[in-house]
Design a protein around this ligand. Structure first.
Ligand SMILES: NC(=O)c1ccc[n+]([C@@H]2O[C@H](COP(=O)([O-])OP(=O)(O)OC[C@H]3O[C@@H](n4cnc5c(N)ncnc54)[C@H](OP(=O)(O)O)[C@@H]3O)[C@@H](O)[C@H]2O)c1
Length: 345
């Protein structure tokens, strides 16, 4: 049997893809809970190789967050239980997520990962990817994804406290491309706004002058997630990971529009009115789903602890305007679609 250093759920997803090169470049033998065929493991390994990691250190464990016991067979379960660190990033995430999938994958799946952590004798840390808006809004009955992440966060906290599992929680903001190249595999959320802007179909700025759409670079986030468990004092910590100096949305859109050579919107419209207009049919013309506005707010988030840890880990946040422009250039260059097909289960 093979011993592993790390177990990752969601390793084929956007943030997970950037996490794997970080872990394997440090020499960590990393198992990924994987749905689907062996082709997916081959694709993932070459992606890791191409992004500065070591594909040969990536193992696939066939399983599913929605299945009892994570769908692991006895042999893979024994491998999973040798992990010293578990990174739970896997989640079902989409606009209009079905309630039963939200419950089975996001809530029960998180309970299953916590149960696995509790039965793993070498486990030193469980890292949970939660969500950044929890603190603000509490439950939103209209957004099952949001509510399921909130429920998962609460259940994992309770279970880990009861079982004495050291937990680190990260609350990533809307995650965009790699700060060096703009590369992303996620084409909704911020990319929806950039797409409408690029097509000349964003005539108004959603929100007032102090509203913003906070961004975080996927490479910065992945580095933080991979390294946070190196520090003993991150056990029990919760970290809001978003670039706090992201400017107001109007200024960010103006910077991106200037970079792309398109016209920037200047007139503001309240978020609820913009969402109403989009739901009433403007979504078709703009290409912008009303749900994309859920990330626009005038809230501020408690980022001080994350900034302290980032500095202890020697991580530097990218400039948010450069990040937004670099990501926008990548999106335009790839016509707002994944450049190579990412295998789905
Ligand atoms: N991206 C953001 O802006 C953002 C912001 C805040 C928090 N987060 C949180 O960060 C985490 C990672 O997000 P992401 O953007 O990387 O998501 P993503 O790109 O949608 O990836 C989701 C991952 O979860 C896996 N998954 C989904 N259902 C599964 C199931 N039933 N069994 C096993 N694996 C399953 C997917 O595997 P397949 O490839 O098999 O589908 C994929 O690897 C999530 O927990 C998300 O809630 C993300």
């Amino acid at each position: 049997m093979t011993d592993i250093d790390a177990l990752v759920t969601g390793g084929t997803g956007f943030i997970g893809r950037w996490l794997l090169p970080e872990l394997t470049a440090e020499g960590q033998r990393t198992a990924v809970l994987l749905r689907g065929s062996g082709n997916r493991l081959r694709e993932l390994r070459s992606w890791v190789d191409a992004h500065g990691g070591r594909g040969d250190l990536v193992l696939g464990l066939s399983g599913d967050l929605a299945a009892p016991g994570l769908g692991l067979d006895a042999e893979d379960l024994a491998v999973a239980r040798t992990a010293r660190r578990m990174f739970h990033l896997g989640a079902a995430m989409s606009y209009g997520l079905a309630p039963e999938i939200a419950e089975e994958v996001n809530v029960q799946g998180s309970e299953r990962v916590t149960a696995l952590a509790a039965s793993s004798p070498c486990l030193e840390r469980l890292v949970l990817a939660s969500g950044f808006q929890h603190r603000r809004s509490g439950r939103l009955s209209t957004n099952r994804y949001h509510d399921s992440k909130l429920d998962a966060d609460a259940r994992v906290r309770l279970l880990t406290q009861a079982q004495g599992i050291p937990l680190t929680t990260v609350h990533p903001g809307p995650t965009v491309g790699d700060s060096r190249t703009g590369e992303t595999t996620q084409f909704w959320g911020w990319p929806d706004l950039v797409h409408a802007l690029h097509r000349g179909r964003l005539p108004l700025v959603p929100g007032g002058r102090d509203h913003w759409f906070p961004l975080v670079a996927v490479d910065f986030l992945a580095r933080f997630i991979s390294r946070a468990p190196h520090l003993a004092d991150t056990a029990g910590g919760q970290y809001w990971l978003l670039h706090a100096d992201t400017p107001p949305l109007a200024d960010l859109l103006a910077a991106v529009a200037g970079d792309l050579g398109v016209r920037a919107p200047r007139v503001h419209v309240p978020v609820p009115l913009a969402a109403l207009g989009l739901r009433a049919g403007l979504s078709r013309w703009t290409g912008l789903p009303a749900e994309a506005l859920v990330f626009v707010s005038n809230d501020r988030f408690p980022v001080a602890d994350a900034q302290r840890i980032a500095s202890a880990l020697d991580l530097t946040e990218p400039d948010p305007i450069d990040l937004a422009c670099t990501t926008a250039r990548f999106l335009v260059a790839h016509d707002f679609q994944a450049p190579t097909p990412i295998h789905r289960p």
